[in-house]
Design a binder for this molecule. Sequence first.
Ligand code: GLP
Length: 235
Amino acid sequence: MKLSIVSSQEEGITLAYQMLADAILGGAKTLGLATGATPIPLYQKLVASDLDFSDVVACNLDEYVGLAAHHPQSYAFFMAHYLFSRKPFKAHYIPNGAAAIPQEEAKRYDELLQENPIDLQVLGLGENGHIGFNEPGTLFEETTHVVNLAPSTIAANSRFFDNEADVPKQAITMGLANIMASQSVLLLAFGAKKAKAVKGMIDGNVTQALPASVLQRHSSVHVIVDQEAAVLVTQ
Ligand code: GLP
């Protein structure tokens, strides 16, 4: 695991952008993408760049169950807004939150991932150490599945909704096995709220209690954090 501690979020995003640009220029054809506030400035930089994604496929990590792509809080809407409506990709995929049977949609999405092996997976980090929506307790072997969101995740993500009661209780997410199958991983975490999860991910034991800790077993992970997020890291 390679760790870069940067002095500002802006510096971290610039570094992440460079890594992503290098991957694209180096021939990466499939990107795994994340939502959340953290990658927004990265997507803005991609949009402003002259990088060409017309031969690149993007597969997103996750989607809320029950939210169709036109729902403003859906991750499909988020991705269209920040990236896909502004930068042409060859194709972009995300689980369908409005699918009648979410478990079947998870299976379909997993098959799609088998057909599109990910070269570079971009990740944020949940305050409880989740990646995608793989909550504490998720088996490392899980592939794409339906998850019951942890109360702490519902509380953390309520900032994007009018009320906490409006936050969906379930999501479809790539599993940890899918994330581990990507050729390389770029994880971004900024701010003091992520400090505990960052410490567990880097310094702690590899444990299901902190899903991101599984990344210690991946051979190509680059973690970019600011000083606030790195404050508890000792290694
Ligand atoms: C959500 C997403 C994650 C994301 C996390 C952190 O739960 N499912 O993929 O990493 O939020 O979000 P933020 O970047 O807003 O802190």
